[in-house]
Design a protein around this ligand. Sequence first.
Ligand code: PEP
Ligand code: MG
Length: 630
Amino acid sequence: MRKTEPGAAPKPPQAETAEARPRKNRSSAALPAVKSPADKPVAAERHFKGLALGAGIAVGPAYLIEDQTPVLDHRPIPADAVEPELARLDGAVTKSRRQLGKLRAQLAMLPAEGQAELEPLIDAYLQMIGPSRLLRGARRRIEGLVAAETAVLEETEALAAAVMAVQDRDRAGLKRRADEIREIGRRLIRNLTETPFQSFAKLAQGTVLVMDNLRPADAALLSPARLAGVVTEEGGTDGHTAVMLRALGIPAVLGAHGVTSVIRSGDLLVLDGGAGTVTLHPSAATMASARRASATFARERQKLAQLQRLPAETTDGQCVELMANLEVPLELPLIAQAGVDGIGLFRSEFMFMNRPHLPDEHEQTEVYRAAVEAMGGDPVTIRVLDWGGEKEIEALQAAGIAEVSGLNPALGLRGIRMLLRHPDLLETQLAAIMRAAHFGPVRVLLPMVTTIDEVRATREIYQKVARRLRRRGEKLPERLPPIGIMIETPAAALSADALALEADFFAIGTNDLTMYAMAADRADADVAKLYDPLHPGLLRLVQFTVEASLRLRKPVSVCGEMAANPKLTPLLLGLGLRCLSMNASAVPRVKQVVRGVAIDDCARLARRVMEQAEPAAIRAIVEDFAGKPV
Ligand code: PEP
Ligand code: MG
């Protein structure tokens, strides 16, 4: 029997079943017909609502997979069973490592975005079954006289709970990390109990998979050519599984509560990944509208794909630079294909995570160099480490650097503040960036700057590092890369004119700027309504920054999430911005908007917006301009 563990390679594509995949004939005639009353009594339609992943329409019979995770009791063992249990754990670790190694080798078959999502995840899994805290803890528990599965389960739950207890504004990130720990625990337990891995072998062509929870590693093994769509009870829109399904172009609705208790294998479903809806027993009218929607979706995808090579130019001939944000290097192929003008934000944090030691100058140089070379002459803006004292980063702790900073980490030793406290760390990173600049255009970006002194102090270190590298005979460009700053605190925004005297360019980080301007943590549901980038307070900070930079002739961009929202593009252009940096997948839609507007209209829109006192009024004007809700 084929299992979903590594080694079970998806079969080669056979026929198209879903509407989300490009380059194939997606005529609506391919959708299965509703069974006539003569075949079967027609059951009443039922509707389920879940999270929209935005990947097309699927129609097909359901295939329900029940959760097979073994239920475990706390199992004590006698003292003489400790050695055999430790050996069982070692065996399960070896087996899990082999499975993950195979899965990693298969990644090359996935689209770039899927590879980018899964490779760091598998590396994190592999690290957790290396000399990790998880395994040390599990061994200690076995020595405390419990069976290996009990030890793994209890240790993973304890670690996941510890992660969730961390005071971090990124709750979704913490939840993902806790899920990763539980996932590796589940893999070990399956191997310990010899429970078979989820099997998709019986999936018939064109079926819609229905299950409680699809794990990212399993999602990677789904064949888009066999599968019409996926519906799950659990899962979020920004989880690894969601990214994988989007990358594979499989229509999906996650978090649709109640589906597994009502839907049975063989039931006909219509799934709308864009609306986040699932219809069980669709009527003839629902089927007809699914056909129309899938045809429209296919046309839109085709149009967006054609945009890639066209310039981001407004109808009145103004060029807009569209750049990409990079979080992990595996995004590079996707970015290189996205038709962008460079990397506007290279978040370097990934290099410091999930590892016991800090990356040295050589290792960092190679990572930056790869990005510079992949961009073929377009600039790469490398942001030096933006780490807050609250986050657990083993390598920083091992180097005695990570400190718990004060009561409120968001207001503590973050970004450039932490780097200036630990200049060795900054010097190493600056040296690597300068060396990478030998291979193509690079810019240095400083996070969380609030004072001119911070920029001056960094420049002094920068010059010192350059002298040292030149003495060492390293090849550096004659003109060192420019140094820019993130504008992500109200203080920085309101002193942008002064900061422009020291900084070579600005990147407005609207994610943090909104949080600090509104004094509202973006991960706190109680104040979620306040965290609103359309508040006049935030927009005035953006406007002040842009005006100062234009006056002082310093380039300025927006690299927060606002830049990725096509409905906000006209407003940002109207405020004077001509450079936006976003995740690569957002580029086509933003480009489409840029190519459809005139700067004069955008400027008029911005003027009207800036006269408003309330976010609701601003939202209404922006929506009216976009023709859609923001
Ligand atoms: C921002 O704050 O808007 C930003 C781009 O930085 P990050 O999201 O990495 O904090
Ligand atoms: Mg930020």
